[in-house]
Ligand binder design. Structure first.
Ligand code: 13P
Length: 255
């Protein structure tokens, strides 16, 4: 059975002091086991202190984005090597907010995924349809194009380290969650696509997270679905009690 992965995407929230306080609280409140990985993705400026504070914790550290280049004249950008140097094990790539506000394309996200893998960072690659796309019944076509685009050229070995996050754009920060059936259906589609591109064995070991208004109330039901292997949590990851409860739901669902 696949392990679960609960990740907190703090987005552009928490300065360095607030980050340290939240991590302190999380260290007291979050309990997990070997079947449920926990990942915190604070803003870049908090990664160094987070790495120090998480030294003896089972919680791991991730970033919210990175550049696809090694180094050079790219003002304001951060490379995979830099993330490694502050203790990151993972990086979120192609979040819908980056697709929407920073015009990131599947091709560009694919380049970043390749760089992350070459740098021993686990890429958490996000896909998801907009409300307009869902209402026009093109969800499957959109997800198919995204999955094929972001995974293009990745080897079977690469796939052992890839995580995919399905985040329907209309469910992000809106309080609207996809129903468990809607979510599980898309997760199954993603797994089938990966099986077609690689093998069923690779598809079966792939962790596919759900993201979009996950909270302590809906987490257990979502995480109990056959193909939902974790959660990428936004708003609720900023409150220690809520995030700890979501991790607890993950532990429960993994039994
Ligand atoms: P919310 O949990 O705030 O809806 O955000 C989801 C998300 O975008 C996580 O990456």
């Amino acid at each position: 059975m696949r392990n679960k992965l609960i990740a907190g995407n703090w987005k552009m929230n928490k300065d360095i002091h607030e980050s340290a306080n939240l991590i302190d609280e999380l260290k007291h409140k979050v309990t997990t086991n070997e079947k449920v990985g926990v990942l915190l993705c604070p803003p870049y400026i908090s990664l160094v202190i987070a790495n120090t504070l998480l030294k003896d914790s089972p919680m791991k550290l991730g970033a919210q984005n990175m550049n696809d280049k090694d180094d050079g004249a790219f003002t304001g950008e951060i490379s995979a090597r830099m993330l490694k140097s502050v203790g990151c094990t993972s990086v979120i790539l192609g979040h819908s907010e980056r697709r929407q506000y920073f015009k990131e394309t599947n091709e560009y996200i694919n380049l970043k995924a390749k760089k992350a893998l070459a740098s021993q960072l686990v890429p958490i690659i996000c896909v998801g349809e907009t409300l307009e796309e869902r209402e026009s019944n093109v969800t499957d076509a959109v997800i198919t194009a995204q999955v094929k685009g972001v995974l293009a050229g990745l080897s079977a070995t690469d796939m052992e380290d890839v995580v995919i996050a399905y985040e329907p754009v209309w469910a992000i920060g809106t309080g609207k969650t996809a129903t468990t059936e809607q979510a599980n259906q898309v997760h199954k589609l993603i797994r089938k696509l990966v099986a077609q591109m690689y093998t069923w064995a690779i598809a079966e070991q792939l962790i596919i997270q759900y993201g979009g208004s996950v909270n302590e109330k809906n987490a257990l039901e979502l995480l109990s679905q056959s193909d939902i292997d974790g959660a990428l949590v936004g708003g609720a990851s900023l409150k220690a009690d809520s995030f700890a409860a979501i991790v607890k739901a993950g532990v429960e669902a993994s039994k």
